[in-house]
Design a protein around this ligand. Structure first.
Ligand code: AMP
Ligand code: GLY
Length: 423
């Protein structure tokens, strides 16, 4: 089977590696892939958002199945476009990807169907948003409606900060059209859990839970990033919490999307906060998380292609989704200065025995060398019997990878270890 994978980051690298565990997979085409993915797939220089280019490629190559991994092409209708030329796809159509593409949609859905989330108001008019802020309690959260590269959420500690966020988004066009509508919502507290679940629109089967580390600095300080590391399973996601989530969040969400005429097929990412009052949805993503995928897929015992095809065909109820025992950790190596200014073009050296554990996010090949080309450069993931062992293994591999001005958070998994001790 020949599989087309749309995307070019660490998540896609992890997906491709897992797909290739199935001996029926003969060729994998990555659009655009990257210099590291090129070891595991044929990469073609077509952007993940170039839907016409992707369709032309798929017409010209023998593609049996496509996996659309990133949010933008899903929201832009990449699955719809590939299905229109007869290619079965993993991922939601545009009318379901809106669950990530519009926070206003997601919040309205949750309110209407009684799915627990932070209380909120949606505004199209800056004057009304500012008037609302006069009496709203702080801290308060201001969110751009549309996709904003993970940067469209402002946790305002004061009313002034909240006003500034509204003005920046709605009047000054920060985040462009994505910020013309804003959601202003209640500030919640509690540990965060990511749950990635397969669904065919009827049945939902979660994979192992995970914990992202979004801040750039140690002890969760500094700016938000695309993710500096992950561990799985997440110790805050106890069996009791998992039962509540299935009953109050996962199944109601799948049913709500179906009732809206937007059946969701693919991987639905539930960003949850375990508040003192119970689990709440912080966000939905219409895709695998990055870097959650790098720990969740290595712990998936079932064949990934089989499960993906079951979501496409609507046969997930009959298809087991089984996780391995043990724990996984992924440590991201970034460019110093990320997520603000950083330099690129440094040569990366990775020992051959470490390569199978590396998911490359931002690197390009030039004259036979692998050079850094992004803020997050690569992730190193390890699976072991315990979280301590997985972390030790991941950090020991990290110490054997070199590029100039690398930045690594030294405390990935620390909070998870501490949480486990308390339980
Ligand atoms: P999002 O892009 O929606 O995932 O938001 C980014 C981060 O902002 C989340 O991972 C949370 O840490 C934080 N956040 C979002 N919404 C809230 C909320 N209502 N209360 C507290 N923190 C929030
Ligand atoms: N790790 C968070 C995300 O993929 O959006």
């Amino acid at each position: 089977m020949n599989i087309l994978v749309v995307g070019g980051g660490g998540r896609e690298h992890a997906i491709i590696r897992k797909l290739k565990e199935n001996p029926e997979v003969s060729a994998v085409y990555a659009l655009p892939g990257n210099g590291g993915i090129a070891r595991d797939a044929e990469c073609f220089d077509i952007a993940a958002t170039d839907i016409d280019g992707i369709v032309s490629f798929a017409k010209a190559h023998p593609v049996d199945y496509a996996v659309v991994a990133p949010d933008d092409p899903l929201v832009l209708g990449c699955v719809d476009a590939l299905e229109a030329i007869g290619i079965p796809c993993f991922g939601p159509r545009a009318n379901a990807a809106i669950i990530e593409g519009s926070k206003a949609f997601a919040k309205r859905l949750m309110k209407q169907y009684g799915i627990p989330t932070a209380a909120f108001e949606t505004f199209d008019d800056p004057a009304q948003a500012l008037a609302y802020l006069e009496t709203a309690p702080v801290p308060i959260v201001v969110k751009a409606d549309g996709l904003a590269l993970g940067k469209g959420v402002i946790i305002a500690q004061t009313r002034d900060e909240a006003r500034q966020a509204v003005v920046d988004m709605m009047e000054h066009g920060k985040f462009g059209r994505s910020g013309k509508t804003v959601v202003i919502e209640e500030y919640l507290t509690g540990p965060e859990v990511s749950v990635l679940a397969f669904t065919d629109g009827e049945t939902v089967k979660p994979m192992v839970s995970s914990m992202d580390h979004k801040r750039a600095g140690e002890n969760d300080t500094g700016l938000n990033t695309g993710g500096m590391g992950t561990v799985a399973p997440n110790p805050y996601y106890t069996d009791a919490v998992a039962d509540t989530c299935m009953r109050e969040i996962f199944l109601p969400t799948i049913r709500a999307m179906k009732a809206e005429g937007r059946p969701f097929k693919g991987c639905l990412y539930f960003g949850l906060m375990i508040t003192p009052a119970g689990p709440r949805v912080i966000e939905y993503n219409c895709r695998f998380g990055d870097p959650e995928t790098q720990v969740v897929l290595p712990l998936l015992d079932s064949d990934l292609l089989t499960v993906m095809q079951a979501t496409t065909r609507g046969t997930l109820a009959d298809t087991p989704v089984v996780s391995k025992r043990g724990a996984a950790a992924c440590v991201i190596m970034a460019s110093e200065g990320y997520p603000l200014h950083y330099e690129k073009g440094f040569e990366i050296s990775i020992p051959e025995d470490v390569w199978p554990h590396v998911s490359v996010a931002g690197a390009k090949e030039q004259d036979g060398k692998l050079l850094t080309s992004g803020g997050r450069v690569l992730g190193v993931a390890a699976v072991r019997g315990t979280l301590e062992e997985a972390l030790q293994s991941a950090y020991s591999m990290v110490s054997r990878i070199h590029f100039d001005h690398a930045y690594v958070r030294g405390d990935i998994g620390r909070r998870a270890l501490q949480a486990r001790e308390k339980q």
